[in-house]
Design a protein around this ligand. Structure first.
Ligand code: IDP
Ligand code: MG
Length: 149
């Protein structure tokens, strides 16, 4: 089953939006299999965002993600990566569609509230960066029958 890493970034925690963000993923029908409240170190931030090294926003991005605690989660389900990305909305919150997390709660790219893995390879890499395998819970959700045919 597909898994994806979701982060409620420091602005989401500081603004009291943890619950709203989780609610949107929960009610969409994805299944939560791992969650922790944590401070991201500069080392973890640099590894997580290594694809962005050298870009003009890189230093600011590392400062942003390490500036305050985050909530890290793993969500599971068929097409979970795509479903999280569409629920989050466009990277540039100013252009994100209303109804998405970014489109409803954020106004710019540098304070866009959430992270979601962008493909199967980055998801596998990012999940293992933030979680040990024993921190992920294998559980049966009784409502799955009513969410998927
Ligand atoms: P994504 O989070 O939607 O996958 P990416 O292109 O992977 O977007 O960029 C990672 C993060 O870097 C963004 O979520 C945003 O926080 C930050 N970022 C990307 N581009 C810019 C920019 O032009 N200015 C400031 N921050 C940016
Ligand atoms: Mg990305």
């Amino acid at each position: 089953m597909e898994q994806t890493l979701v982060l409620v970034k420091p602005d989401g925690v500081q603004r009291g939006l943890i619950g709203q963000i989780i609610t949107r993923l929960e009610r969409r029908g994805l299944k939560l299999i791992g969650m922790k409240f944590m401070q991201v170190s500069t080392e973890l931030a640099s590894t997580h965002y290594e694809a962005h090294v050298g870009k003009p926003f890189y230093e600011g991005l590392v400062t942003y993600i390490t500036s305050s605690p985050i909530v890290a989660m793993v969500w599971e389900g068929k097409d979970a990566i795509q479903i999280v990305r569409t629920t989050m909305g466009a990277t540039n919150a100013a252009a994100a569609a209303p109804g998405t997390i970014r489109g409803d709660f954020a106004v710019e790219i540098g304070r866009n509230l959430v992270h979601g893995s962008d493909g199967p390879e980055s998801a596998a890499r990012e999940v293992s960066l933030f979680f040990k395998s024993e921190e992920l819970v294998n559980w049966k959700r009784e409502t799955d029958l009513w969410i998927r045919e």
